[in-house]
Design a protein around this ligand. Structure first.
Ligand SMILES: *Cc1c(COP(=O)(O)O)cnc(C)c1O
Length: 438
């Protein structure tokens, strides 16, 4: 369909183009049992979790910060009672604290690290470095490091995926090249360089950085490219979060069933991270979990792609939307094809949020709960707030009394590596914005 016709046929397009905040319930959502469209199954996610367990001794040995958890990279599920009150949340509000995932300080620690480990295992087996029955600790020795020096890992990133891939790959011994888009923050590039990672910068946005990284990597048979737009392994690594969350809910005796719905709000860029998590949760909780993706008003690529069913055909820039936002982790102009096509059956909805609101939430979470989130990671709160009001009723229709039983989980996707100076600046921006309201 032509762009002009698309705008005529899909009324929300005009609001998206005008950078208004939009909340869209996914009209294409189907009952779990009626969905045939599954990119991965539970067995594959379980296998990914098993692989992470196999690597745990190696990770515990390699990273000081992973010693206490014996090499398992996981985050807490934390009740936010202060914010529950401030935001008038109906039901209970929790934060999934991927903002403090070890090693990479963001949700990217799940998919990124998983894919590098999977590739490492494949390579080590193929070259005889790792044999059946060997402990993965073997990969931490000097000879292994020497071996991996001859291999390259490359990735295109708006920042956090680069940090995740860079940290783990450099530790294993690889040569790592991260192709960074123009919106990537200076401190993220500096931190990578300090860890021995080569950073190549682009004037263009994320899609260009990925394209160029992929091209350069394809020229070298010893180079492996981690493809955020297409990778199944990344997706599986993210999906493991769902298994872990299920256990955390059980430990906290939080029930999830028809009467007690689980609503999860996840910030979305290209779609891999929220997609993997969403997918895992759907496989576990089926129709009792309702998943909402949140995007900046300036980068609504997933909402646009699913709502118009054009998926990755257009970028937001094709419609004059600039893809410039303080939420650098979400600054992606074109959605992942496979994620948009497979989640169309599953998502409860998608919405957009303006940058100013991100900063206000950032300030509130910091002052009320003492937790620092980066701007991207604050996008989920608006969903919990709105679903506690009229929108919740509209969504659940005749089952609307259930909205008071909702367990809301906002996915806090990044923040713990942000340097002190930038934290302060962002908190002040939020404070000033809230101050100017009064
Ligand atoms: C990458 C990222 C996301 C979204 O993940 P995608 O796979 O790009 O959709 C959300 N929040 C933060 C902080 C991120 O770095």
């Amino acid at each position: 369909m032509e762009k002009k016709k698309l705008i005529e046929e899909y009324p929300l397009m005009e609001e998206l183009i005008n950078l208004e905040e939009v909340f869209w319930f996914n009209d294409y959502r189907r009952k779990f049992k009626d969905v045939k469209n599954f990119p991965v199954d539970m067995e594959e996610i379980l296998e990914a979790e098993k692989r992470l367990e196999n690597f745990a001794p190696f990770l515990g040995e390699s990273f000081e910060e992973l010693k206490p958890s014996k090499g398992i990279i996981e985050s807490n599920l934390t009740r936010l009672e202060g914010l529950e009150e401030d935001l008038d949340i109906l039901g209970d509000l929790y934060l999934k604290e991927d903002n403090s995932l070890p090693v990479a300080g963001s949700i990217k620690a799940r998919g990124g690290i998983y894919e590098v480990l999977k590739h490492t295992e494949d390579l080590a087996r193929r070259e005889g470095l790792l044999r059946e029955g060997d402990s993965y600790l073997k990969l931490a020795n000097k000879d292994a490091k020497e071996f991996f020096k001859d291999y390259i890992i490359q990735v295109g990133s708006t920042g956090n995926l680069g940090l995740s891939i860079g940290m783990i790959s450099a530790k294993i011994g690889y040569r790592v090249i991260v192709h960074m888009s123009s919106d990537a923050k200076e401190w993220k590039k500096d931190l990578l360089r300090k860890n021995g990672v080569e950073v190549i910068e682009y004037e263009d946005d994320y899609s260009e950085a990925v394209k160029e990284g992929r091209r350069q990597s394809d020229l070298n048979p010893r180079s492996y490219f981690i493809d955020d737009e297409k990778s199944m392994d990344l997706f599986l690594g993210y999906g493991v979060a769902a298994l872990r969350l299920k256990r955390q809910l059980k430990e906290k005796q939080i029930e999830v069933n028809e009467e007690n719905p689980l609503c999860v709000y996840i910030p979305c860029g290209v779609g891999g991270a929220p997609g993997g998590v969403a997918y895992g949760l759907k496989l576990i909780f089926k129709d009792n979990v309702h998943i909402f993706f949140a995007e900046p008003t300036h980068s609504p690529c997933m909402l646009m792609g699913i709502y118009t069913k054009t998926f990755n055909k257009y970028s937001v820039q094709d419609f004059g939307i600039d893809n410039i936002t303080a939420a650098d982790g979400l600054a992606v102009g074109r959605a992942s094809e496979f994620v948009s096509k497979s989640l169309i059956d599953h998502l409860g909805g998608l919405y957009t949020i303006g940058d100013e609101k991100l900063y206000k939430y950032l300030y509130k979470v910091f002052t009320r709960e003492g937790i620092y989130l980066e701007p991207s990671a604050c996008a989920g709160f608006l969903g919990a707030e709105l679903m506690s009001k009229e929108l919740g009723g509209l969504y659940f229709k005749e089952a609307y009394p259930r909205i008071k039983n909702i367990t809301h989980i906002v996915w806090g996707t990044g923040g713990s590596l942000v340097p002190e100076k930038i934290r302060k600046e962002n908190i002040e921006i939020g404070r000033d914005l809230i101050g100017s309201e009064e």
